[in-house]
Ligand binder design. Structure first.
Ligand code: B12
Length: 218
């Protein structure tokens, strides 16, 4: 692998060849490149390009599905274990976060990265998965006495689920029990403010930073 390890990974990702993607990522890791750098410079960037190609009609749903599956496998088999090996703290004492992707939305690659980074940073993480109903978020947050509820949305049509959760917490008079941290590509600081969330993060590194800040405000 040359110095262009990032463009080589992106190329493998675009070619729909999972074996080649695995090998390129494995090779970058064995050269000492950090899993976080691989995520930022190659995987996330590659996924952005995939999204753009889908928008312009160059890629179809089939591409999103095959590439999404390959990235999920690379994450599960190589990058998440490497991330955890790099930094898992002895005790998960930073705080407890219940995290999931909103109802109607099955995108979970980004949410999984956030969950993993929080775990690595010392949080206790309860990952509810994807397509999570508002009641389940609340039920689990109460059950685990969570400090933070992390809510991911990747579709402009499902972002509304983040607002619904906050409204529901207010209705039940338990809004102040939890800090709400939102994220996902179509969301923004302005959206967080509009719906009354406590924090927004654009990526997993920022998510850890904001989660720590939110705990200090409790
Ligand atoms: C892979 C993919 C899929 C895969 C998902 C596989 C999986 N297991 O996740 C599959 C094929 C299933 C899929 C399906 C669909 N998809 Co899709 N998909 C994508 C794609 C290409 C990449 C998403 C991704 O994984 N990005 C990489 C990760 C690392 O980034 P991320 O998710 O943004 O996460 C980061 C941050 O947002 C943040 N973050 C994320 N979650 C959270 C949570 C918290 C609490 C915090 C703090 C931060 C945070 O941190 C993460 C790490 O840095 C995007 C394009 C894009 N670039 O977003 C389209 C995209 C999201 N999909 C899109 C569409 C339209 C669909 C479909 C409706 C297509 C269809 N016609 O059926 C379906 C929807 C199905 C459903 N009901 O959910 C559109 C959405 C348009 C919109 N604005 O609404 C996009 C933007 C493509 C496009 N350009 O048109 N998709």
């Amino acid at each position: 692998m040359s110095d262009n390890w990032d463009s080589e990974i992106i190329e493998a990702l675009m070619s729909l060849d999972e074996d080649s993607l695995m090998k390129k990522v494995e090779s970058a890791l064995s050269r000492g490149i950090s899993p976080l750098e691989i995520l930022r410079k190659a995987i996330t960037k590659g996924m952005q390009i995939v999204g753009e190609k889908y928008e312009t009609g160059e890629f179809f749903l089939m591409h999103l599905m095959v590439i999404g599956e390959s990235v999920k496998n690379v994450m599960d088999k190589l990058l998440l274990p490497a991330l955890q090996k790099e930094g898992v703290k002895e005790s998960n004492s930073e705080g407890t976060i219940v995290i999931g992707t909103v109802e109607g939305d099955i995108h979970d690659i980004g949410k999984n990265i956030v969950a993993s980074m929080l775990l690595t940073a010392g949080f206790k993480v309860i990952d509810l998965g994807k397509d999570v109903n508002c009641d389940v978020f609340i039920q689990k947050a109460l059950e685990y006495n969570a400090d933070i509820i992390g809510v991911s949305a990747l579709l402009s049509t499902t972002m509304i689920g983040q607002r619904k959760l906050i409204e529901e917490l207010k209705k039940r008079n338990i809004r102040d029990k939890f800090k709400i941290l939102i994220g996902g590509a179509p969301t923004s600081p302005a959206w967080a403010e509009e719906i009354g969330a406590d924090g927004y993060a654009k990526d997993a590194v920022e998510a850890v930073k904001i989660a720590k800040q939110l705990l200090k405000k409790r």
